[in-house]
Design a protein around this ligand. Sequence first.
Ligand SMILES: [Fe+2]
Length: 297
Amino acid sequence: MIVKVNDLVPGETRPLDEIDVTNLSEEEFWSTYVCKHRPLVIRGGIKHWAACEKWQEPQYLQSISNSVNGSVRYRRAFNSNPVPPITQKMELREALNALIETPHDKTFAIPGMNLPKRWKEDIGNYPFLQSRIKRKPIFYQLNRLFLFRNASTDWHTHPADETICSQIVGSKKVSMFRCTDKNWDKYAPYIEKNIHHMSLDESYFPDKSDLIKFEGVLQEGDSLYIPPFWWHALDSNDTEFGINLARCFRSPLSRVGDFNEPVLKDLRKYTSIRQQIWVDSLIILSSLNRKFKGETW
Ligand SMILES: [Fe+2]
């Protein structure tokens, strides 16, 4: 069975903002999108990468995997959230073969693997984020590579860091929404407990959803800017094998956090006192920075 997740949460759908990479300057991307946490599809954002052409070919991928030592995690199921405790491992070249040979009506996923050194040679730059892409993330690893066939990624948020998700092979349909303090309790606890997967899911959500879900399709060569605190989910848009790369960078100080942000309030339930002190310190710095600039959360 192929599990799709985007439509499991009710809401009014609207198209995600999108712009062709040739019309997007670094300054505009930073000030209009990153500093305001507005998601964006950047058409052709990475189409100049060698990977976009070379990685379409399974034999090429196998050839650059032969020299890679070490195993990768894989599963024959969608990328659920939370991640299941048992994940199987095999050598990358074996996992790649298994992915390519997976029938079109089955699921296979290699979730969030490191970018092997040889693969890195086919990765280029981000024209809309030339220098700031080097800002080291504080929570997530720099690069996470996802290889999949029919493997949706279930609804989740990032509590920190900015993410550029680039589609190198295949196509994905993305859906995103942001909860406020006012509607968090109507949606988030049900999604966190996976109640949206139950057949009676609609009975648990409000009769008339007040969520606005922003959606779009990522094609090969496109990038998606995913700000922290936004709920997002991705479905495969075809049954071919696909590859995307999540690249993270540190948020501007003004967008690190706020004491009224529901994602951070929720996070506090699961963190130690020591971690809370660290998070609270960052939130205070971020709030002071906004106050100094006259910005609101
Ligand atoms: Fe994500």
